[in-house]
Design a protein around this ligand. Structure first.
Ligand code: COA
Length: 168
C-alpha cells in the first residue's frame, strides 16, 4: 500500500460538526471501530474481511490499496468518524488504470458536516498522486443517499454495465 498523507479539513468540518477533523492512513488499532461502524450501517459484521484489508494496508506498502480514516483532531478518545477504502486497478474488463472507491462510511451522528466529501477528496488525491486520472465506484440501485452523495461529488454514470445471474 502506498503511504497516504494525513490532512486536515477544518473548513468542511466546521460547517455542521463544529469540530476540526483530520484524515490519516488506517492503523491496526482502528479495526474494532471500523467493524462496528460498518456493522451499524450494513447490518453485517465482517471482522475477518476488515482485518485482512487493514493488515494489507500495513504490509503491502508498494501496492495500490488505500485505506483512510477520519477522526476529530486533538480527541483523546480516538473516536473514528468515518473511513474510506479503495484501490487502483488496471485492465480488468479492458479498463485503463483507475481508482476504485470500494467502501465509504461516516458515523450517522457525524454526517452532513463535509466528512464524506473530505474522505473522498483525500482518496482522490492519493489516486492522483499515483498518476491515475479517473475514479470509479458502484452504487446499489435504490441507495438514494449514496447516489446523491456521489452525484454531488461530480461522479456520473460511466461506460460499463454490471451483468450478473444466479448460479444454481
Ligand atoms: C454517504 C455518506 C458517506 C455521506 O457522508 P457525509 O459526511 O454526510 O457527506 P457530506 O457531508 O460530505 O456531504 C457531501 C454532499 O453529499 C450530498 N449529501 C450527503 N448526504 C446527503 C443527504 N442525506 N441528502 C441529500 N444529499 C446528501 C450533499 O450534496 C452534500 O453536500 P452539501 O452538504 O453541501 O449539500 C454517509 O451518509 C454514509 O456513510 N452513508 C452510508 C454509506 C453506506 O451505505 N456505506 C456502506 C456501503 S459502502
Amino acid at each position: 500500500m502506498r503511504v497516504p498523507t494525513a490532512s486536515t479539513a477544518e473548513s468542511a468540518a466546521s460547517r455542521a460538526l463544529s469540530v476540526a477533523f483530520a484524515t490519516r492512513p488506517v492503523r491496526a488499532t482502528d479495526l474494532q471501530q471500523i467493524v462496528a461502524l460498518d456493522a451499524q450501517i450494513t447490518g453485517l459484521g465482517k471482522a475477518d474481511y476488515w482485518k485482512q484489508l487493514i493488515d494489507n494496508a500495513g504490509t503491502l506498502r508498494q501496492s495500490a490499496q488505500f485505506f483512510l480514516v477520519a477522526e476529530r483532531t486533538h480527541d483523546p478518545s480516538a473516536l473514528l468518524l468515518g473511513f474510506i477504502q479503495g484501490e487502483i486497478r488496471a485492465w480488468e474488463f479492458g479498463s485503463a488504470p483507475c481508482g476504485w472507491v470500494y467502501s465509504l462510511s461516516v458515523r450517522p451522528d457525524a454526517r452532513l458536516g463535509g466528512l464524506g466529501q473530505a474522505l473522498l477528496e483525500a482518496l482522490a488525491a492519493e489516486f492522483k498522486r499515483a498518476g491515475v486520472t479517473k475514479m470509479r465506484t458502484m452504487v446499489l440501485r435504490g441507495n438514494r443517499l449514496v447516489m446523491l452523495f456521489f452525484r454531488a461529488a461530480g461522479m456520473m454514470a460511466g461506460p460499463y454495465i454490471e451483468l450478473e445471474k444466479e448460479l444454481d
